[in-house]
Design a protein around this ligand. Structure first.
Ligand code: ZN
Length: 160
């Protein structure tokens, strides 16, 4: 697990701060709290519809294929393959400018698209020039401390 710390004052628009979705006492109208709870327990999960059996991501309150609200959380395989990637040089959210430049990769896990998922993730420990499409990656948990006593969880990718 990697950990970073946010400054105590982070000017964020509520629409881009998912903290309320990660707070079990907060409004759960989004129905995605379990995604963050799973991250806090070391699990990166996506949703699989119980009606049409399709997998979908990012977390959302209903299946994006058939709109069913019956779904289950399934674990993302630990090894995926880079489908696309780019380097982030400008416009960082929160405190991520301290890692600049870093890579954002889109990786496919499982048997995409039939029984797998495509996910975008940050990569901190590798340079853009060191990557190529098809490289194997794994995901790990990113713990974000702050502002104040808040602890958030996210994930990032590492090159294998
Ligand atoms: Zn569905």
């Amino acid at each position: 697990m990697k950990e970073i710390r946010l400054p105590d004052t982070v000017p964020l628009l509520p629409i881009i701060d998912p903290w309320s979705q990660q707070d079990p006492e907060g409004p759960d109208s989004t129905r995605v709290y379990e995604f963050y709870k799973n991250l806090s327990e070391g699990r990166l999960t996506v949703q699989r519809c119980k009606k049409c059996r399709k997998i979908f991501y990012p977390p959302q309150p209903a299946c994006k294929h058939c709109y069913s609200t019956e779904y289950e959380w399934i674990d993302v395989p630990k090894v995926g393959e880079i489908f696309s990637f780019t380097a982030m040089l400008l416009g960082f959210p929160m405190v991520f400018e301290t890692f600049a430049p870093f890579v954002i990769a889109i990786a496919r896990f499982g048997n995409y698209p039939e029984n797998g998922v495509q996910i975008a993730g940050m990569m901190f420990d590798v340079k853009y020039e060191e990557l190529k499409i098809g490289d194997k990656v794994t995901w790990d948990i990113l713990r974000i401390r702050g502002p104040g006593e808040k602890v958030r969880y996210w994930y990032y990718f590492k090159k294998l």
